[in-house]
Design a protein around this ligand. Sequence first.
Ligand code: DX5
Ligand code: ZN
Length: 250
Amino acid sequence: MTPGRSRAVAFSPRSASSLAPPRNSALLLRVALHAPLLAPSLLAGDHANLAASARTVADLGLAWLHCDIMDGHFVPNLTFGPETLAALRRAGSNLFFDTHLMLSEPHRYIEPFAKAGANLISIHIEPDFDHAATLARIRALGCQNGIVLNPGTPAEAIEPFLASVDLVLVMTVQPGFGGQSFRAEMMPKVAQIDRWRRERGLAFRLEVDGGVDLVTVRACREAGADTFVAGTSFFRAADKAAFAASIAAL
Ligand code: DX5
Ligand code: ZN
């Protein structure tokens, strides 16, 4: 087990829900589970020195690193693969690798990413494959799992999976590229998923990804999101510590 994995336990909705807290501590649990979490996206880091970009994140005391995996098919762009994650581990990164698979056939790559050191693996709902089996496989390999929706996909599409996931990711841009404009019209979808989460007493994290900065993050938080991917805005911030502190204070 890598240090990254043991650190992940502290953020695991599954481990938290299995603690079976007494009823009067429900509020406390909710606050702990839904504390704001910044997940800087490596896509906006230095691709000639990704280990240094990961260190920048860790040196700020942050725990999560968002890793965008693109196949040039599900999305019109290519990034990196499991070997890059493994190399970051070898370079000493203990960060929680929040691995966002933008792949037409993600089920073929779960094992390599789990072996490479992914802590959480999220898959899109849009491509046609066995989502339930793939989500179960991710957990069976010791990772947390997540389900992702594109801007054009309604919340109802992922509703059947809500009780089986550790994270729901609502895309606030069409995936494929960093640096796009935030789509505020996704906020009702975030709010709907947050409503379902509360009504059903579920503990998954609710993440937003795309165009998130210190301004747009406020609407995301108000809609119920608790996990904020930030690529361009984070890596371009002159004062990254202040950036991280603003997210933590949401
Ligand atoms: C987009 C990726 C995002 C991307 C976000 O396809 O899924 O994670 O890195 O980048 P920014 O924050 O620059 O929009
Ligand atoms: Zn992403």
